[in-house]
Design a protein around this ligand. Structure first.
Ligand code: ADP
Length: 309
């Protein structure tokens, strides 16, 4: 259980957080969602003890980060937006080093072996980090957060900069980790929250503007122009085709799969119905659409509606 109460933080004149309160229960995956500059990283850095707050408290299993920082840090695994990896080390050396830094008491080889299996990095175990793809580096970053088997995992924008295949892999890994850990992840992508999180906490300009079960967020602000489109074919091509459709503002592929089709979340401009145009664009490229349904509102609309309130 992690409890964040009344967190405030200023950088000079910039108010980064203004009375932020939310919690995550044991085994819950909570998504901290907000646009760039909303205060997500600041909140995560405070929760993990990298930054101190001007006021407010963070407790993990009843231990306060300001009173018992060592204890809390042992309970929390953190993946910063840019994981601090050493490119000159092999994956095995790096994780062994992290194990030593965290002063893990469990038998090292067996522990690292298990983490390597969970994060699927056994194939690159003896490779230099410098030679890994961005997707594998991210997995090594997640592996280092898992060292010491912390109860709580905090991930800052875990899928930024990954390609669609890597995004799908990472999201399914996050979901698996959520079965054994309490997870807080930050993102600026609504479909990521929908794909991974049990609950969503929306932050805007340092304030919490919504805190809802994931399924309730769209209905909380009323229906709108967002579609879940199921298309067969190669992900990269489909993303390009959908993104080029007039009136479409963003397209994300979710991890949801149906035979050789994935579900794409398509957001459109306010007041535009892009369904016919999506059909024509996909038909022209001979990409079969095997499903299309309204999927609530876009992040943009959620913000508009919530800030209106
Ligand atoms: P997010 O992670 O949601 O993008 P951040 O927590 O990084 O948001 O930033 C929140 C606000 O605080 C932004 O206005 C940002 O410009 C500002 N900010 C973040 N870090 C610093 C810093 N070290 N010095 C000054 N301003 C900062």
């Amino acid at each position: 259980m992690i409890e964040v109460k009344g967190l405030s933080k200023r950088y000079g004149k910039v108010v980064a957080l203004d009375g932020v309160t939310f919690s995550a229960s044991d085994g819950e995956i909570v998504g901290l969602l907000g646009p760039n500059g909303a205060g997500k990283s600041t909140a995560m850095n405070i929760i993990t003890g990298y930054l101190s707050a001007d006021s407010g408290t963070v407790t993990v299993d009843g231990a306060s980060i300001s009173d018992e920082p060592e204890k809390v840090k042992r309970l929390v695994g953190y993946l910063p937006e840019i994981p601090p990896l050493y490119p000159d080390m092999k994956v095995s050396e790096y994780l062994s080093f992290v194990c030593d830094l965290k002063k893990c008491s469990v038998p090292k080889a067996a522990h690292l072996d298990e983490i390597a299996k969970v994060t699927k990095i056994t194939g690159v175990w003896d490779r230099l980090i410098a030679n890994l793809s961005k997707g594998y580096r991210q997995r090594v970053g997640i592996a280092s957060a898992l060292v010491g088997d912390p109860k709580v995992l905090i991930f800052d924008e875990p899928t930024v900069g990954l390609d669609p295949g890597q995004i799908i892999e990472t999201r399914s890994l996050l979901r698996r980790l959520g079965r054994r850990h309490t997870v807080i992840l930050s993102t600026h992508i609504l479909s990521e929250v929908e794909a991974v999180c049990d609950r969503v906490v929306i932050i805007d300009r340092g304030r919490i503007i919504a805190n809802e079960k994931t399924g309730d967020i769209s209905s909380a602000v009323g229906g709108g122009r967002r579609y879940a489109v199921k298309v067969c074919g190669q992900t990269g091509e489909i993303l390009n085709v959908l993104r080029a459709v007039d009136g479409v503002t963003s397209v994300e592929v979710t991890g949801e799969r149906d035979l050789d089709a994935y579900v794409y979340m398509v957001d459109s401009e306010r007041g535009r119905d892009v369904r016919r145009a999506i059909f024509s664009a996909c038909a022209e490229r001979r990409l079969p659409i095997i499903g299309m349904e309204s999927a609530g509102v876009s992040l943009e609309e959620v913000f508009m509606k919530l800030t209106e309130k």
